[in-house]
Design a binder for this molecule. Structure first.
Ligand code: SAM
Length: 431
C-alpha cells in the first residue's frame, strides 16, 4: 500500500534494520558539487575502507515516478562513487541497476556487502564532512543568538575523539585513519575560514613557500604569533616531521574560537604544538628559532610599543615585525607576509633603514594582487635573518606568481639558492 508520508527519517530506520549503522540525512558535502542526497549510508568497500555505499532519494506525491530520482542518484555515483542506489517513492523501494539507468521494485535495501566496519581513508571526503560539520555548528550558534561577531564554532567540533573519527550531526562517529583526519582537519578549517569569515586564511601557495624559505633553519621552537588557522605552522611542521627534526610549534591567535579550533587540530599533530588564545601585542613571545607569520593589516596595538630602534608606536604593521624580531634567537630566521606598504611607504623608511643596518634582510619577493587573502592590495614575502647585514635577494613576481612559488618554481628556487647557498639538501623538494 503506497504511503505518501514516508520521510528520510523513516528510510534511515529501514537502512538501520538492514545493517547500516552510519547514516546521514541530507548531508551537505561542501566540496563535492553541493551534492545533497536525501539519505547516505556508509559501509566498508572490498578493500575494507569505509566509503559512501548506498544513497536513497525519497519522493512522495500522487504523480511521482521513480525515474525522477535517477539523475540525482547518478550524480551521487559520479561524485562519491556510491555502489547501491535507491528511490523510495510513496514508501515503495526501487533499486537502480549498476549503470543507474533504470529502477526495479525491491522489498528493501540490500544489506552492506562487506559489513560496516572500516576506516575512512579518503582525505577529500573527510575534509568535506568536517567542513559540513563546521557550517552546521556555526549555523546552530547563529540561530541560538550566541554569535559573537565571527563565524567560527567552538573548538569541540575539531576536538580529538576517543577513537579517531568525525562525529556526524545525525549522531554516530565515522572512523577515520588518524593521519588522514589530521590533514583533513587542517584543510577543513582553512576552507571554512577562507569562505565563511572575516579572518582569511593565507593562500596555500604562500604557506608552502614560507615553509620552503625557512626549511634550512627549522629547529627548536617555530613561532607564528598571528597564526589564524595555523596553516604556516602546519606547512613547516610537515617538513620537520618528514625530516625527523624534533621541533615544537607555538601559535598565538586573538580570536578565541579560531585559536581553539587551531589548538584542537594541533593536538593531533605528529610534533608538539601549543596554540594559545592571546593578543600578540600584549604577550611576551616565546624565544624562537624560526618565525613565520602573516600579521593582520592596519591594526593598532592596545598600548604604545617601544621598537628595537627606540621609537614608540601603536602601528600594528611595524610592531608585529618588530616584536617578532625581538623574539627571534641569534642566527634564527623570520619570514613575514606583509602588505607592500611596509617596504615602500615613507612612513616606515627609518625603520627599514634600521632593519637593513642591524639584520640580514635576506630576501624580498614582491607579489601582485590576489596573493594576500583578505585584501585587494599587493604584498611582499620578507625573509630576515638575525645576523649581520649582507646582500638581499629581490624579485617582483607577476600574474604567474603561483607557478613561480611552487616547490620547483623559478623564483622560489632562485631565492633559496641565494639565501642558503651552502645548504646541504635536506632531501625535500616538495612542501
Ligand atoms: C592574516 S591572518 C593569518 C592567517 C594565517 N597565516 C592562516 O593561514 O590562517 C592574521 C591573523 O591574526 C589574528 N590577529 C589579529 N590581531 C591579533 C593580535 N593582536 N594577536 C594575535 N592574533 C591577532 C587574526 O585574527 C587573524 O587570524
Amino acid at each position: 500500500m503506497p504511503d505518501r508520508n514516508v520521510t528520510a527519517a523513516d528510510v534511515r530506520s529501514v537502512l538501520r534494520a538492514a545493517g547500516y549503522t552510519l547514516l546521514q540525512v541530507q548531508p551537505r558535502l561542501e566540496k563535492l558539487s553541493s551534492l545533497r542526497p536525501d539519505v547516505l549510508a556508509w559501509a566498508a568497500n572490498a578493500d575494507g575502507d569505509l566509503a559512501p555505499w548506498a544513497v536513497v532519494e525519497v519522493k512522495s506525491g500522487r504523480l511521482k515516478r521513480p525515474e525522477l530520482a535517477l539523475p540525482g542518484l547518478a550524480r551521487s555515483r559520479d561524485v562519491m562513487g556510491t555502489v547501491d542506489h535507491y528511490a523510495v517513492v510513496n514508501g515503495e523501494w526501487f533499486k537502480a541497476d549498476r549503470g543507474v539507468r533504470s529502477l526495479e521494485p525491491v522489498d528493501g535495501p540490500t544489506p552492506p556487502e562487506y559489513g560496516v566496519r572500516g576506516l575512512l581513508t579518503d582525505e577529500e571526503l573527510a575534509t568535506s564532512l568536517l567542513v559540513q560539520r563546521l557550517w552546521y555548528e556555526a549555523d546552530r550558534l547563529r540561530d541560538s543568538g550566541a554569535h559573537a561577531g565571527d563565524a567560527f564554532p567552538s573548538r569541540t567540533v575539531l576536538a580529538e575523539t576517543e577513537q579517531s573519527g568525525i562525529e556526524l550531526p545525525d549522531g554516530g562517529l565515522l572512523p577515520v585513519q588518524p593521519d588522514v583526519l589530521w590533514r583533513a582537519k587542517r584543510a577543513a578549517l582553512i576552507e571554512f575560514a577562507s569562505r565563511g569569515s572575516s579572518e582569511s586564511s593565507s593562500h596555500p601557495v604562500i604557506a608552502s613557500a614560507v615553509a620552503a624559505l625557512v626549511e634550512q633553519r627549522v629547529a627548536g621552537t617555530v613561532l607564528d604569533p598571528f597564526c589564524g588557522t595555523g596553516s604556516f605552522l602546519w606547512a613547516v611542521l610537515d617538513r620537520a616531521a618528514r625530516l625527523d627534526i624534533p621541533a615544537r610549534f607555538v601559535g598565538y591567535e586573538i580570536n578565541p574560537r579560531l585559536a581553539g579550533l587551531a589548538a584542537s587540530i594541533g593536538n593531533g599533530a605528529p610534533l608538539p604544538v601549543t596554540i594559545d588564545e592571546a593578543d600578540a601585542f600584549a604577550t611576551e613571545f616565546v624565544g624562537a628559532d624560526v618565525i613565520i607569520t602573516a600579521p593582520p593589516l592596519r591594526v593598532r596595538s592596545s598600548d604604545h610599543q617601544t621598537l628595537l630602534d627606540g621609537s614608540r608606536t601603536t602601528d600594528g604593521d611595524v610592531a608585529a615585525v618588530d616584536k617578532s624580531l625581538r623574539a627571534l634567537k641569534a642566527g634564527g630566521r623570520a619570514v613575514f607576509h606583509v602588505a607592500s606598504w611596509f617596504t615602500s611607504s615613507d612612513r616606515y623608511a627609518s625603520y627599514r633603514t634600521f632593519l637593513a643596518n642591524e639584520f640580514h634582510v635576506a630576501a624580498l619577493i614582491g607579489l601582485p594582487r590576489g596573493a594576500m587573502a583578505g585584501t585587494a592590495g599587493t604584498s611582499v614575502l620578507m625573509t630576515i635573518d638575525k645576523k649581520e647585514p649582507a646582500e638581499t635577494f629581490v624579485a617582483q613576481l607577476g600574474e604567474d606568481w603561483e607557478n613561480q612559488l611552487e616547490p620547483e618554481g623559478a623564483a622560489l628556487s632562485a631565492a633559496l639558492a641565494f639565501i642558503d647557498p651552502a645548504a646541504a639538501p635536506r632531501g625535500l623538494g616538495q612542501s
